[in-house]
Design a protein around this ligand. Structure first.
Ligand code: BES
Ligand code: ZN
Ligand code: ZN
Length: 481
């Protein structure tokens, strides 16, 4: 468990608990406000209507009661996680808490699922990234949490799964939050190697990448003083494998734009440009806890993108692993070059599904805003699989087209392809069309996560900064397989 998760002690009790701790919560839907036993004027004054995200402190004889809004409908898993996160924030000044929150959803979601969602919401809300602060932020006092679950629930099982998921998401957040100067491609590969138990990890250095003809990664790395890395992580089920899924992540540890240098406004956030790789590493780290009976391979294409006399120059032609040549007309469109190698590797093994994740285009932010990932793909069933996994995960994605009409924008006079479109618009779709050239007919889905990789506002279980977006969707895909 990364130390950024502050909660150290969660107990599950299967019986009616002794509630003589400092606080107890009382989940209240919008309809059962009257049963709270408090004056309406008090509720109005504290603006408590039982909505998700609302909490109110109520006095009790020897302790405090926290009313937690659970909404007007049967609560969903993402909303339950959000409620637990709000509960955590509202009780940070208390030392211990007994929560009945898992019970509200147990009957319709299943007790273990509800319990897991509550634990995840609490853990993820407690995440913080303050290792670079001279004086750390004030810590929450809440250390001990007792969760009440129905009899017969496997509390330890729910706790273990929730810990694995929350740790995977926290790891992805940590990697994205780390500044570009403190996280090189080598560091990212090392983080992958030490993240996962029961996972095979193979790392390709520059020499090996050359031998393996990974001209995209090498071309982007050409201006850097740091070595590139390709990480390959494999989960193999114990019994017979029911298929093979590949995850491919963009791991640009810092994107200056290269010789097509970004202006300051565009460059200052670019430590986040390895968010795709972080999601892959986070998901792979939680694989053993889910032990899916499918083979899962995670590939991360890691380097920084730097200007220098040795850097790839506009007009240079790179040869990607699958033999296609690319005229680099803009060195800032580097993500697609490294992914081209990663997707080529995935395609060689004819897997059942390939999902790539990348902070690929600023245009995706323009199109969908910061909360939605763009989803594109070459296979309707694969698209539906990822869409429904994302919906279960509570991660927002929006299906965009890969219009063959725009493909000619990528035609080059000197090479098989150019790395940017000749037109001004539809940059996200053109980037998707570029990637499609390297995956053939293998069922494939591309997630452009440039927006949701970070959040500027605290929202439910997401503190400011990296969100860990993608980890949960990848795990749902594997769990549903
Ligand atoms: N890493 C950026 C995309 C990005 C922008 C991610 C903003 C997150 C927030 C990517 O490498 C890039 O620079 N893309 C260019 C492509 C263009 C040169 C065709 C872009 O979006 O401007
Ligand atoms: Zn770029
Ligand atoms: Zn980039």
């Amino acid at each position: 468990m990364p130390n950024q998760l502050q909660i150290t002690d969660i107990h599950i009790e299967n019986t009616d608990a002794d509630t003589a701790t400092v606080a107890t919560d009382r989940p209240v839907g919008e309809k059962d406000l009257a049963t709270l036993g408090v004056a309406e004027t008090f509720l109005a004054a504290s603006k408590f209507e039982g909505k998700i995200g609302q909490t109110a402190l109520l006095p009790d004889e020897s302790s405090v009661v926290l009313a937690v809004g659970t909404g007007s409908k049967e609560i969903s898993i993402p909303d339950l996680r959000a409620s637990a996160a709000h509960l955590w924030r509202a009780s940070s000044h208390l030392e211990s808490l007994t929560s009945f929150l898992p019970l509200v959803a147990s009957s319709h979601l299943g007790a273990e699922v509800a319990l897991q969602a509550v634990i995840e919401g609490l853990l993820l809300a407690s995440y913080r990234f303050d290792e670079l602060k001279g004086s750390p932020e004030e810590e929450s006092k809440l250390r001990q949490i007792t969760l009440i679950a129905p009899d017969g629930v496997d509390g330890e099982g729910a706790l273990a799964k929730a810990h694995a998921v929350a740790s995977g998401i926290s790891l992805a957040r940590d990697l994205v939050n780390k500044p570009g100067g403190s996280l090189t491609a080598i560091d990212l590969a090392d983080a992958a190697a030490s993240a996962a138990s029961d996972i095979e990890v193979e790392i390709w250095d520059r020499e090996r990448l050359t031998k393996e003809r990974c001209g995209g990664i090498l071309g982007v790395n050409a201006g850097s003083t740091e070595e590139p890395r390709l990480v390959r992580m494999t989960w193999r089920p114990e019994g017979e494998s029911k298929g093979t899924i590949y995850f491919v992540g963009k791991g640009i540890t810092f994107d200056t734009g290269g010789l097509n240098l970004k202006p300051f406004e565009g460059m200052k956030e670019m430590k986040i440009d390895m968010g795709g790789a972080a999601a892959v590493i986070g998901a792979m780290s939680a694989m053993a806890a889910h032990a899916p009976d499918v083979t899962v391979v995670g590939i991360c294409c890691c380097t920084d993108n730097q200007p220098s006399p040795t850097a790839t120059k506009p007009g240079d032609v790179l040869k990607i692993r699958n033999g296609k040549t690319v005229e680099v007309l803009n060195t800032d469109a580097e993500g697609r070059l490294v992914l081209a190698d990663g997707l080529s590797i995935a395609e060689e093994e004819s897997p059942d599904l390939v999902i790539d994740l990348a902070t690929l285009t600023g245009a995706c932010l323009v199109a969908l805003g910061s909360q939605y990932a763009g989803l594109m793909g070459n296979n309707d069933q694969a698209i539906r699989t990822v869409e429904s996994a994302a919906s279960q995960a509570g991660e927002r994605v929006w299906h965009l087209p890969l219009p063959s009409e725009y493909r000619k924008q990528l035609d080059s006079q000197v090479a098989d392809l150019r790395n940017i479109g000749s037109g001004r618009f539809g940059g996200t779709l053109v980037a998707g069309l570029f990637l499609q050239e390297f995956i053939g007919d293998t069922p494939w889905v591309h997630l452009d996560i440039a927006g949701p990789v970070t959040t500027e506002e605290v929202e439910a279980e997401f503190p400011r900064g990296a969100t860990g977006f993608g980890v949960r969707t990848l795990l749902e895909v594997v769990n549903n397989w």
